[in-house]
Design a protein around this ligand. Structure first.
Ligand SMILES: [Zn+2]
Length: 251
């Protein structure tokens, strides 16, 4: 049985400074693919470097996280537009909106602008989107549904309302689940309302879950726990997730 971790911040300095050792260690846990998300240009470039070194495991994502949207420059936008065409770029993310950590309306406008720019980059380069939606799930739905999106998108760590979840499902979204589903009713709800063929698994490392470090090492247990919830065999679910990941990345 092999696994997928579709959302890891491997270029975060916490991981990046010892990434070779970490990959060696994670390799013991049969994680076949790691989706490397980026929050800024520097991390995007690092992801490409790591993916070049470990092309069979690492899939490089590029993007600007909504937390830093207010610092996003015209010059950076041009670099991202160019880099996205690179065949080594596997997907666009982590991008999106965050109205939970940022309450100021001014920030929301900046986030919208940057998010729309990345949707355009994704559409033009035919690369799937990996989305951050915290507290802005409905706004994300509205922007996606009015943007003539022609690529797949994944809602990472969805914990919004059930109503918006259903709308995002209807829009064809993929949803990545992490160990938080055991504690969060809203995140857990994704398993009830989303078709198995739209589910992915993630650690969002280096985020911690109940003090435990999020890394691809959590995937075998996560897979087993989700399979139990879905009342299917873990190896069956692991196979489904691998197939889902391939479908998600293909546009
Ligand atoms: Zn993340």
């Amino acid at each position: 049985m092999t696994f997928i971790d579709c959302h890891v911040h491997i270029s975060d300095k916490y991981f990046f400074k010892r990434i070779d050792d970490l990959l060696l260690d994670w390799n013991e846990y049969n994680v076949e693919k790691i989706g490397a998300v980026a929050t800024n240009l520097r991390e995007s470039q690092r992801n490409l470097e790591i993916a070049k070194k470990y092309p069979s495991i690492i899939l490089a994502g590029i993007g600007r996280h909504p937390w830093g949207a207010h610092k996003f420059s015209e010059q950076e936008l041009m670099i991202f537009q160019g880099v996205a065409k690179n065949p080594e770029v596997a997907f666009i993310g982590e991008v999106g909106l965050d109205h939970y950590h940022f309450k100021e309306k001014e920030r929301w406008e900046q986030q919208n602008q940057v998010f729309e720019q990345f949707i355009e980059i994704a559409n033009n380069s035919k690369k799937s989107l990996m989305l951050h939606l915290t507290g802005a799930e409905e706004e994300i739905f509205e922007i996606l549904s009015s943007s003539k999106l022609n690529v797949n998108f994944c809602c990472h760590w969805y914990s919004g309302s059930e109503k918006t979840l259903k709308k995002l499902v209807d829009l064809g979204g993929y949803f990545s689940i992490n160990p938080n589903f055991k504690r969060s009713r809203k995140h857990r709800r994704v398993l009830d309302l989303v078709d198995q063929h739209k589910l992915l698994t993630e650690s969002d490392g280096p985020v911690k879950f109940q003090g435990e470090q999020g890394t691809p090492k959590l995937m075998p247990l996560l897979c087993k726990e989700i399979a139990k919830e879905l009342m299917i065999q873990p190896d069956n679910f692991a196979e489904i997730v691998k197939e889902n990941y391939e479908n998600y990345l293909r546009n």
